[in-house]
Design a protein around this ligand. Structure first.
Ligand code: HEC
Length: 145
């Protein structure tokens, strides 16, 4: 009778230990330096989606639509419609023409260039999107003309 009880105890101790080891690992994961491109992100659109609809889906899923409109309404973060080619005046002086690189920088490092008159509240998406996702997202924004 004592033997099964012992093995049950041993098993639960073992899984407890395993749990601790895993938690330590995940905590260490949190402390890791942020990478621009997490390797575990998808590299192609989900089945049934093309490149553009993938970009649109990422725009919704990442919460961009909470602050940015794609139809021309000037919300909290401004509209994405017709952004490419526009000259943006920046907080602290200076101007930049919105191109692919500017849009990419705006997503990865939003506080680096803050649009004049807008609050510096956009979160950085560095470390949250894979390179292919970022490309699909930027292509989607560029396509909004
Ligand atoms: C909490 C609100 C918020 C969220 C969420 C947000 N943004 Fe922004 N975004 C802003 C604000 C405010 C600005 C203007 C200030 C600045 O330049 O940082 C901005 C600026 C931008 C710009 C430059 C716009 C311009 O007019 O020149 C781009 C491009 C952009 N965001 C894309 C995105 C994308 C793509 C996402 C999702 C991955 C996103 N934003 C999520 C608030 C937000």
């Amino acid at each position: 009778m004592t033997l099964p009880l012992r093995s049950v105890l041993e098993k639960s101790l073992l899984s407890g230990a395993l749990f601790c080891v895993l938690s330590v690992f995940s905590l260490a994961g949190c402390a890791e330096v942020e990478r621009a491109y997490p390797p575990e992100r998808p590299v192609e659109p989900p089945v049934g989606m093309n490149h553009r609809s993938w970009g649109a889906a990422i725009f919704r899923e990442m919460g961009c639509a909470g602050c940015h409109n794609v139809g021309g309404v000037d919300e909290a973060g401004g509209t994405m419609l017709g952004l490419v080619g526009k000259t943006r005046r920046l907080e602290g002086g200076g101007e930049v023409v919105a191109d692919r690189e500017y849009i990419t920088r705006s997503i990865l490092d939003p506080s680096a260039e803050v649009v004049l008159g807008r609050p510096n509240v956009m979160p950085s998406y560095r470390g949250r999107l894979g390179p292919q996702e970022l490309e699909a997202l930027v292509d989607f924004i560029v396509s909004l003309r």
